[in-house]
Design a protein around this ligand. Structure first.
Ligand code: HEC
Length: 396
């Protein structure tokens, strides 16, 4: 077994684990938000027991009756279920996946020498500093007087996110910049659970057990962090899959696109938060969709064939095949020669003209329009060659 092969399996395991734990975390969060927003007036009997709201539901062939206490049950139940491991394990699997992809694979995924010829250790240091320092600043802002005004805080956080996206985009590869903004937001969300929400719950349990009134400062801090986690869930999910969409991270205004998608994601989440409370505002989803469409229109390549117009000399089939062999088959072949991609990435094989035809649309998209293939332009494809290949593909 070769090293890249072993690393691929490790990658699979971590990515799979990250997905599973992430679903468990966000799924549980969404469930509790829905639950909280859907509670009904308690029955008289329940009200006397100190229950603030109750709810009946059916799932998987069983009926459930859930009740939420105004404060706490009169005596602590023997087993109290906490929800924290979902968050922690999502962060841990995500962090190790980041290490594997962007630190072990720094030369491939993190560093783009055409932007900044970072040494590996510099890239890794910058990555870790971004995550740690980012949390530190976010946490400090949440504890500052700024947090008294939720909207102002949200505005400042958005500006900081945009600055981070822009700054990282200047030094890291395009996809690494996006992924790091996602990792930073994810780190803040997981740290919110570890450093604020769970300690708050521990304090609440301790106070109830001691028969004292809990300090309201914990509930207030937890509430703010929960709201942030709630609204950031959808944007962070986009950032985690963003590496499939070069038209976003590869754009010259990638940071602005990222900001727009975060706002659209949070705005869409707002629809569901309101809906749980029985307030249905389809206008929110419609406007989010319109914004999405406008964004797509705004960033559309204005002259998709500008490259093709460059009066490139026409090429014939044999020359097109030769171009692809020169620039693509190091990776996209049944027998790749690339040192890192030892199995054709994304299952795209470009060894023959038939295979090239099969992928014609995607080759146009990645080589001529978004120009992010060859990967990191490892094989040094020129604009003229892209134009030639594009014109040949269009003529097929
Ligand atoms: C150094 C390795 C490497 C080279 C060289 C390379 N690619 Fe890729 N390619 C990748 C990787 C990695 C992926 C999967 C990740 C992704 O989609 O960004 C990929 C994915 C693709 C996809 C599938 C994704 C989709 O959008 O459907 C296409 C099509 C593609 N490459 C075309 C090309 C073409 C055409 C060339 C040559 C002009 C080329 N690649 C050269 C590494 C490479």
């Amino acid at each position: 077994m070769t090293m890249p092969y072993v690393l691929d399996w490790l990658n699979l395991l971590l990515r799979w684990g990250h997905l599973i734990t992430g679903i468990a975390w966000i799924g549980a969060s969404f469930y509790f938000i829905w639950l909280d927003n859907s509670l009904e007036e308690p029955s008289e009997e329940n009200g006397q027991k100190g229950i603030a709201g109750q709810l009946n539901s059916i799932h998987g062939g069983g009926f459930y009756e859930v009740a939420k206490y105004k404060l706490a049950p009169p005596t602590m139940p023997k087993t109290l279920h906490w929800f924290k491991w979902e968050a922690y394990s999502t962060w841990v699997t995500g962090f190790f996946l980041l290490v594997l992809m962007y630190y072990v694979g720094a030369r491939t995924y993190l560093i783009d020498p055409t932007k900044y010829a970072l040494e590996i250790w510099q890239g890794v240091l910058l990555s870790i500093t971004t995550l740690a320092f980012g949390w530190f600043i976010y946490d400090a802002l949440c504890k500052s007087p700024l947090a008294k005004n939720g909207w102002l805080l949200a505005g400042v956080l958005l500006i900081l996110i945009a600055l981070t996206a822009w700054g990282l985009g200047e030094v890291f590869s395009d996809r690494a910049a996006y992924l790091h903004v996602g990792a930073l937001i994810g780190t803040c969300m997981a740290a919110n659970v570890l450093m604020v929400i769970i300690p708050g719950q521990k304090a609440l349990v301790a106070a109830v057990e001691a028969g004292q009134a809990p300090d309201p400062k914990y509930a207030k801090a937890s509430k703010l962090r929960s709201i942030h986690n709630n609204y950031l869930a959808l944007p962070v999910l986009f950032l985690m899959i963003s590496n499939h969409y070069p038209m976003t991270y590869g754009h010259s205004n990638a940071w602005a696109i990222l900001l727009a998608i975060i706002v659209i994601g949070a705005w869409s989440r707002h629809f569901f938060n309101l809906r749980h409370k029985g307030i249905v505002r389809p206008g929110i989803l419609i406007s989010a969709f319109v914004a999405f469409a406008l964004l797509a229109w705004w960033i559309a390549p204005r002259h998709p064939h500008s490259l093709v117009d460059k009066a490139a000399p026409e090429i014939n089939d044999a020359q097109a095949l030769a171009l692809v062999q020169r620039h693509c088959t190091a990776c996209h072949s049944a027998h790749p020669s690339d040192g890192i991609f030892t199995i054709a990435p994304a299952g795209v094989l470009l060894d023959s003209l038939e295979q090239i035809h099969q992928w014609a649309g995607r080759i146009q998209a990645r080589t001529v329009v978004s120009k992010d293939m060859p990967f990191m332009n490892k094989t040094g494809m020129t604009d003229e060659e892209r134009a030639q290949l594009g014109a040949w593909l269009s003529a097929q």
